[in-house]
Design a protein around this ligand. Sequence first.
Ligand SMILES: C[S@@+](CC[C@H](N)C(=O)[O-])C[C@H]1O[C@@H](n2cnc3c(N)ncnc32)[C@H](O)[C@@H]1O
Length: 323
Amino acid sequence: MLGFSYVVNWRALDFPVPWDRVFGWSGPIVVEIGFGNGDFLVETAPRRPGTRFVGIELSRVSVQKAAKRLRALRIRNVRLIHWDARPALQHLFAPGSIAEVHSYFPDPWPKKRHEKRRLFSVEFCQLVASRLRQGGRVILYTDDPEYFAWVSQNFRESGVFRVSAGPAERVPDTKYAQKWLRQGKLVYALEAWKTREPEQSFPIIKRLKEMPNVLLRCQDEDFLVKFVQQFQALEILGGVDIRIPRVYLAPDRRSAVFETFLREKGIQQRFFLEVKRLGQRVVVKVHDAFDVVATPGVKMAVTALADALVRKGCQRVYSTTGT
Ligand SMILES: C[S@@+](CC[C@H](N)C(=O)[O-])C[C@H]1O[C@@H](n2cnc3c(N)ncnc32)[C@H](O)[C@@H]1O
């Protein structure tokens, strides 16, 4: 047993993540975005034992496979985050805390209509700069000439990097690098050094200390069935976007779950809110089956659903503030 888990349970930790506590020691942090099967981490981390590597990856399967490889090799200076790199960089890392950001063959999304899915927009470049320490740098490789032109322009346009970009002299040995080289493709490299702080600040979201919930009293025995039958989608748009489009009544008709989409400060969450009847008392809360980050937006969603029930005749008994 190594005594730690490679996959960081970041939802249970403070934001930004206390990396000194997670690793048990301090040292420079290198972040890899989209590590795939973990080739770069497995190859590089043992050669830089005084550096802490944090891999961020969207694919759960990739995270599990990389963790297995790291465990088998007993590599101690790597941790993995299963989340989208955009919110992960903003909320899990303090400003100025990262030495290097690496990205090998980020998805190029070549179709015009998919362009907005690409990472490394001008705004994302500025977010990266805000998390890099002074003199920190980005290293990015791609096989796609059009993506390479796009990403190079964005780093330059962001106004916070000095950029060097061109055909790669040496190509990192990752799965995708091997694939493109086998096909005889040219690989491009971009290196960008942070020169100054971006004007835009990327604040870290304030977490609630506990999941918010609301307790109501509803006299009518059938109120929940009626509420579900008459339910109309709830939508609140503004600084925080909340959409509650659908509801499902449980077979015993004592509870209902409401599908909820939340977007705030770059964080998107999908979960179910639950309305559960316990006699005349009714609780409105986040369904236990979901890993949800307790944010002010979650509290707004719980409150919005409770308010809809109050409009149908229930009375509020208490609300937890979550703070
Ligand atoms: C083309 S693969 C490259 C994998 C690996 N770096 C290599 O060179 O073999 C791109 C990887 O980026 C991951 N990815 C895509 N968008 C992401 C995001 N927003 N945050 C984190 N990872 C992402 C994908 O799941 C995929 O594993």
